[in-house]
Design a protein around this ligand. Structure first.
Ligand SMILES: NC(=O)C1=CN([C@@H]2O[C@H](COP(=O)(O)OP(=O)(O)OC[C@H]3O[C@@H](n4cnc5c(N)ncnc54)[C@H](O)[C@@H]3O)[C@@H](O)[C@H]2O)[C@@H](O)CC1
Ligand SMILES: [K+]
Length: 509
């Protein structure tokens, strides 16, 4: 499902009206009527009273249409208006007139006190004040109205997007309606899924208003939905064998951080790897050997961490693997970083570079475009800041575009972890993930993800989809655990839950 900025949403409306000749009237009629269908499915409207707050833009136009359908359902409706109504477009005016002719009462709201009076005793407020046409920051009058809405105890349903919320960056300008439901018209906007916007939308439901699919699918940023997961999940046929399901090579762990290597291996194991080889140093191997029976452990060199001494052995072993995980818990010694550099520049398969490997890339100034390997980098915001030299806040403000920019510039796939995780590829396409929860912010969770990414990339053949699927599965495992156990579930449990998620997606195929 596509995810748009407000500007893209405006551009899409323009294309749909001018290229596809679907009239604005049709779009607005569909938007308002679909909104009421959705409301009816979610709320009992019997004997209810509702106020529809309309602004002067097309969001208000959707509101007039919704008011008509609510009235048809015998809801006691009043239309409240605020804004420069004289600037209203023809289509909104047209639907306003119909509502007037139906004898729906209209009240112009001059200030917050009047709004408060009108909302008293109303069960429902439909917020059609401002949609994706929000410009800059709200004026004082609108701020005060929104504050009244946020004190109101009834059910608030925002049309398209909560008024005051930016569809582009998910920021409040500087306040926004705190909705119980948001009915997104035609498509999701970034503001619906980015933080803090997502916290103000309540339950977000997309109303299909008839945008032609071939026009919408061209947009490069999408949400990785359950449907995508079902389509992407690798299907295994009966006559398969372990050699077909991907031999995963993991180069991870150092003395004191042995667990990271085991967690990456568990991620790969439970995601369904054919074979897993864990490459470590002698000292690490003593504590990891035998911990996971299915994993083959090799000590590449003596000592506590990787150095250039084992580079030839490491590269020789790498010839056997379908994908490689590099970096979890390997430490940041200069010699280890040189080991990472050699692998990245000489190996020509697919590498999932995580954690300390990302530090090596930054500290050793590794030029990614000179790497032979096809790279998937999995930074969290701190590691991404190290890679890009950008401030963490700046990255967070624009995590989707930052991930895309880096992926394109360096010709790599990036998984920018956090809320929400963004998987971007070198062609400028990206998937935003909406599974996962705060319980996953614990040590080892990233190591598990690296293992899952390695397996999906070994079993399917489209790096962006494979990687986004792995991110989806990892988050979904967390969601299952949050529901069943609550915060405090472990990274090992995250890995162990992956087969259930895989099964859920497979069964629906
Ligand atoms: N063809 C279309 O254009 C369609 C539009 N649709 C609806 O129309 C909306 C977009 O319509 P518009 O582009 O007319 O814009 P909006 O109606 O979202 O917003 C414009 C209104 O908000 C006011 N406003 C904007 N920023 C403000 C600020 N900082 N302080 C105070 N007032 C501010 C403007 O003065 C204007 O009255 C969508 O969100 C959706 O609900 C849907 O009906 C689908 C079709
Ligand atoms: K709105």
């Amino acid at each position: 499902m596509i995810l748009l900025t407000s500007r893209e949403a405006e551009e899409l409306d323009f294309k749909v009206m001018n290229k596809w000749k679907i009239k604005e009237e049709t779009l607005m009629e569909t938007a308002g009527s679909k909104a009421v269908q959705i409301i009816e499915r979610n709320i009992n409207l019997k004997n209810k009273s509702a106020a529809v707050l309309c602004g002067s833009g097309n969001n208000g136009g959707d509101g007039y249409v919704a008011a008509r359908y609510l009235k048809n359902l015998c809801v006691d409706v009043v239309i409240l208006e605020n804004g420069h109504m004289e600037k209203q477009g023809q289509t909104s005016k047209h639907y306003r007139q119909i509502a007037e002719e139906m004898n729906i009462p209209f009240v112009y709201i001059n200030n917050e006190k009047e709004l408060k009076e009108q909302l008293f005793n109303k069960d429902i407020l439909i917020d059609a004040l401002i949609g994706s046409g929000l410009k800059k920051t709200l004026n004082n009058e609108k701020i005060k109205l929104i504050e009244v809405i946020n004190e109101y105890k009834g059910t608030v349903i925002s049309l398209d997007i909560p008024s005051g919320l930016s569809g582009t960056d998910g920021q409040m300008k500087p306040v926004c309606v705190n909705a119980d439901y948001t009915i997104a018209m035609g498509t999701l906007k970034r503001g619906h899924v980015l933080y803090p916007g997502v916290e103000y939308c309540g339950k977000t439901i997309v109303a299909d208003i008839g945008y032609p699919y071939i026009e919408t699918e061209k947009y490069p940023v999408k949400i990785f939905t359950e449907t995508e997961a079902e389509k992407t999940v690798p299907k295994r046929n009966r006559i398969t064998h372990k050699g077909k399901n991907g031999h995963i090579g993991i180069y991870a762990g150092s003395y004191g951080m042995e667990g990271a290597s085991l967690l990456a291996a568990s991620g790969a194991l439970y995601a369904g790897a054919g074979k897993i080889s864990l490459n470590v140093t002698e000292k690490v191997s003593r504590s990891v050997k035998g911990k996971i029976k299915e994993v083959m452990v090799t000590a590449l060199e003596d000592g506590e961490y990787f150095t250039q001494k084992s580079i030839e052995a490491a590269l020789e072993k790498a010839m056997n693997y379908k994908t490689i995980v590099l970096g979890c818990g390997i430490g940041r010694n200069e010699e280890t970083q040189k080991f990472v550099k050699e692998i990245l520049t000489r190996y020509d398969g697919k590498i999932i570079a995580d954690a300390d490997a990302l530090y090596a890339i930054a500290d050793q100034h590794i030029n990614l475009s000179e790497c032979k390997a096809k790279l998937i980098l999995t930074p969290h915001v701190g590691e991404f800041s190290k890679l890009t030299g950008k401030d963490k806040k700046e990255i967070e403000r624009n995590r989707i575009d930052e991930a895309i920019r880096y992926a394109k510039e360096n010709k790599v796939t990036v998984v920018l972890k956090g809320f929400p995780t963004v998987t971007a590829d070198e062609n400028g396409n990206a998937f935003v993930n909406t599974t996962g929860n705060a319980g996953m912010a614990s040590g080892g969770s990233g190591d598990v993800l690296s293992g899952i990414i390695a397996v999906m990339n070994a079993q399917i053949e489209n790096t962006l989809y494979d990687t986004a699927l792995a991110v989806y599965m990892h988050g979904k495992s967390g969601d299952i655990l949050l529901k069943e156990k609550g915060i405090g579930y472990t990274a090992s449990e995250l890995a162990q839950t992956v087969p259930y998620v895989r099964k859920m997606s497979e069964n629906k195929k």
